[in-house]
Design a protein around this ligand. Structure first.
Ligand code: NAD
Length: 284
């Protein structure tokens, strides 16, 4: 079994992005800029936003966080996004999810200019991904593809079973794997006999948010297991969706949690923001 080390690959990507951001600054006299919109006081969201800001600082990006109270109106969020759409110092706009229940998340995501949609959640970029065109791809599944590529794992012709069908993880993961010529199955909460599907897979990719969802008897010998889940165990530890200790010895490759997909997500956010800055050039 070999570990897919997202932590060290993320560091390598960060270093390359930092260098390219310097070159971009020399050429255009400005740095890539990221705006984050954070609504409410969810501790996990605050922690994620803090990590993203630190990563921007390390890469030499400009970043700004718009913190808004839980009871903020839809209109006020829309106005802030429109301001960021028009701000030439901002290349990427990230709406930290989840938003409070009185906010229409779909409508909010549609306000973000597709050219600044570094999370790849705007329907325009979702459509481009689905049709195999260049655009902005959601950071977590993009990070998984980078990780596979780093270890020379080609999904072409492989049976891939994705567990979890959300817009931010499972569905874009499926599109990326399909574009890479894999055979793709997507399982979700209503899937009957999950084990039947995971057992048949060469690559099992899990992002469901359920601790120990994938057990030792659900994975075939030599399979590749990508654990996208991030959960807080009752003892405070961060754990994934895979029963790691039992499953890992059966696999050929596996991602640890933490240190697997998580750091790759942040590295891809930097990479997407740099790409947006390069697309915008010196002027927006
Ligand atoms: P979500 O709640 O939006 O979606 C969960 C998906 O899993 C749904 O499609 C649901 O049907 C499926 N599911 C839930 N329970 C299941 C079960 N028992 N069997 C089969 N399918 C089941 O969640 P999300 O936002 O997609 O996040 C999923 C997980 O990925 C979470 O643990 C989250 O923290 C993690 N995540 C990690 C990163 C990262 O950077 N590594 C980024 C985003 C999300």
């Amino acid at each position: 079994m070999q570990l897919l080390d997202g932590k060290s690959l993320a560091k390598k990507i960060e270093e390359s992005v930092t260098l390219q951001a310097k070159e971009f600054k020399n050429r255009t006299h400005r740095v890539p800029g990221l705006a984050v919109i954070l609504v409410g006081h969810d501790a996990a969201s605050q922690a994620y936003v803090g990590m993203k800001k630190k990563a921007c600082d390390r890469a030499g990006f400009y970043s700004v966080t718009h913190e808004m109270p839980d009871d903020i109106s839809q209109e006020a969020i829309v106005k802030t996004i429109e301001m960021m759409n028009d701000n030439p110092n901002i290349d990427g706009i990230l709406i930290q999810l989840p938003l409070p229940s009185h906010i229409d998340t779909t409508k909010i995501l549609e306000v973000v200019s597709p050219s600044k949609d570094v999370d790849g959640f705007h329907p325009y970029n979702v459509g481009r991904l689905a049709t195999g065109l260049d655009g902005y791809v959601p950071c977590t599944p993009l990070g998984v593809m980078e990780l596979l590529s780093e270890y020379n794992i080609d999904p072409k012709g492989k049976n891939c079973c994705i567990v979890g069908a959300s817009n931010i993880v499972g569905k874009p993961m499926a599109a990326l794997l399909l574009n890479a010529n894999a055979t793709v199955e997507i399982c979700h909460i209503f899937t009957d006999d999950l084990k039947k599907h995971t057992l048949a897979a060469d690559i099992v990719l899990v992002g469901a948010g359920v601790i120990n969802l994938i057990k030792e008897d659900m994975v075939r010998e030599g399979a590749i297991v990508i654990d996208i889940g991030i959960n807080r165990a009752s003892d405070g530890r961060l754990v994934g969706d895979v029963d790691y200790d039992a499953v890992a010895p059966k696999t050929s490759y596996i991602t640890p949690v933490p240190g697997g997909v998580g750091p790759m997500t942040i590295a891809m956010l930097l990479s997407n923001t740099l790409k947006a800055a390069q697309n915008h050039g010196g002027e927006i």
